[in-house]
Design a protein around this ligand. Structure first.
Ligand SMILES: [Zn+2]
Ligand SMILES: [Zn+2]
Length: 237
């Protein structure tokens, strides 16, 4: 099995684990703070050895992780949390029924639709799962989108894991243009995008594959343009 561990920005790191059973990269993120490490998502239980190896590269161990913030309750985002015994683990309250492992009671379910947890602002994005959240780390201007917007099953950008990723942006726009977001979900998706553009984002970290650096606002605006046009066509029909 293959994994990549790279710096995204100062004190922010990505772990992208190649999951051959899903033919996708599954991502987690480490934010190094004065009082310990915060993890955004924690991958599958079977991949938790990669969490340990990544922490070791930072000179840390699983005991040093103080917070785990889960974007949603799918297995590839919550299971690894089981090895992080000292961490407070947070997820939106509507995700409880999705969690099979670890015991849902390991998580705090008090996140609602908008607020602050640890040093992160969070926002309910209402697409992918009922309680999907995006997290924004203001000091680094990094946005974590989970699977609301991700590159599941896609190869990395030709420019590398952490890059501008114009090829990936182009493909996502084509995907949307060709009906990749179901009609019934489009309104929620567009509302989530609008809310995200309220943050001043330098880097977009997604749940799977490429990490996009720079000019995120114009990428999100392009997605909004394409999505809004699709909606207009739907109304006309
Ligand atoms: Zn998911
Ligand atoms: Zn996922």
């Amino acid at each position: 099995m293959e994994y990549l561990f790279e710096a995204v920005k100062e004190n922010v790191y990505v772990l992208a684990i190649w999951d051959s059973s899903w033919n996708s990269y599954n991502n987690c993120y480490f934010i190094v703070q004065e009082d310990g490490i915060t993890l955004i998502d924690s991958s599958k239980e079977a991949h938790s050895e990669y969490l340990v190896q990544s922490l070791k590269q930072l000179g840390k161990s699983p005991e040093d992780v103080k917070f785990v913030l889960a974007t949603h309750g799918h297995e590839d985002h919550v299971q690894g949390a089981s090895i992080l015994k000292n961490a407070k683990k947070y997820i939106h309250h509507q995700e409880r029924s999705l969690i099979e492992y670890p015991e849902p009671d390991q998580f705090h379910f008090d996140l609602s639709n908008r607020g602050v947890v640890d040093n992160f602002e969070y926002l309910w994005v209402g697409h992918h799962t009922p309680g999907s959240l995006a997290f924004y780390h203001r000091p680094s201007k990094v946005l974590f989108t989970g699977d609301f917007l991700c590159f599941f099953g896609d190869p990395l950008s030709k420019d590398g894991l952490v890059s501008v990723g114009n090829d990936l942006r182009h493909e996502w726009l084509e995907f949307l243009r060709n009906g990749g977001v179901a009609k019934d979900d489009l309104n929620d998706f567009l509302n989530g995008l609008k809310a995200m553009n309220g943050f001043n984002v330098d880097v977009m970290c997604t749940g799977h594959g490429g990490v996009l650096v720079g000019d995120i606002e114009s990428f999100v605006s392009e997605l909004l343009n394409v999505g809004t046009k699709l909606q207009e066509i739907q109304v006309e029909n």
